[in-house]
Ligand binder design. Structure first.
Ligand code: SF4
Length: 67
């Protein structure tokens, strides 16, 4: 089975932090509020719904899911 990961495109991220609210186990913010994936971005199977919510609710379309 392919590993699912999330990634934040920092050139798009504007620091709304919706992703942190929806998927606090997958994203963290830096001191300026910009988001990044925690660790290597790996998404456990039971976190895939959260990852999808983050993608759908990011106003900047900055989050992608790779498999
Ligand atoms: S919701 Fe999107 S734009 Fe906002 S902090 Fe998360 S990745 Fe960045």
């Amino acid at each position: 089975m392919n590993t699912v990961r999330v990634n934040v495109d920092l050139s798009r991220c504007q620091g709304h932090n919706r992703c942190l609210d929806l998927a606090p186990d997958l994203f963290a913010d830096d001191e300026l509020g910009y988001a990044s994936a925690i660790g290597d971005g790996e998404v456990c199977p039971d976190q895939e719904h959260e990852a999808q919510l983050a993608v759908l609710n990011c106003p900047e379309h900055a989050i992608e899911i790779t498999r």
